[in-house]
Design a protein. Structure first.
Lengths: 111, 116
């Protein structure tokens, strides 16, 4: 099964609300990354958090990492219609020697 | 180039034909990935190249799929005797690897393959 698994699979909220997506993984990691995908094409890197970091911010994005629970969350504050996309987490698992992506969360922001 | 380039952008082929998909990674990136994504689904790992190491082919779905990476740069994914279930978007990504850790992956825009 996938190293990273996102939860929920789909999320629909009103514009202006905050959106939270979670990622769980199974083995020790070097880092965990979040990506966004619009319209089923290429993914765009959002943020990378290292295993020794607990929280990271980038604009309206906030990522947390709990290595004891092997989980991460992505929070998007004050959501906008343009945030509608699929969001994926990817883990750089120790020993895996490649990035492993989860199945993604489909986020819909309703105007 | 400025980013990862994939060609063609779209490909329609008849069942049973062979197809070649091309990926030009960012210059200097030693890691190169191929993924497949069916409509509304997640990313399916296909194959991974890292420097001069033997590629990780563990995700290739059948022996009709193969890939090569020449000179540590351009990669070609070949699908022989295409089937309708091969229809998907094929994504290529490249990244730097430093001290055994992976930096962010840069994705191409993908090739949408339709087998009719």
């Amino acid at each position: 099964s996938q190293q990273g698994e996102e939860d929920p699979q789909a999320l629909s909220i009103q514009e202006g609300e905050n959106a939270t997506m979670n990622c769980s993984y199974k083995t020790s990691i070097n880092n965990l990354q979040w990506y966004r995908q619009n319209s089923g094409r290429g993914l765009v890197h959002l943020i990378l958090i290292r295993s020794n970091e607990r929280e990271k911010h980038s604009g309206r994005l906030r990522v947390t990492l709990d290595t004891s629970k092997k989980s991460s969350s992505l929070l998007i504050t004050a959501s906008r219609a343009a945030d509608t996309a699929s969001y994926f987490c990817a883990t750089d698992a120790r020993g895996a020697q490649k990035l492993v992506f989860g199945q993604g969360t489909r986020l819909t922001i309703n105007p | 180039g400025a980013g990862v380039s994939q060609s063609p952008s779209n490909k329609v082929t008849e069942k049973g034909k062979d197809v070649e998909l091309r990926c030009d990674p960012i210059s200097g990136h030693t890691a190169l990935y191929w993924y497949r994504q069916s409509l509304g689904q997640g990313l399916e790992f296909l194959i991974y190249f890292q420097g001069n190491s033997a590629p990780d082919k563990s995700g290739l779905p059948s022996d009709r799929f193969s890939a090569e990476r020449t000179g540590g740069s351009v990669s070609t994914l070949t699908i022989q005797r295409t089937q309708q279930e091969d229809s998907a978007v094929y994504l290529c990504a490249s990244s730097l690897v430093s001290a055994g850790q992976f930096s962010e992956a840069f994705f191409g825009q993908g090739t949408r393959l339709t087998v009719v």
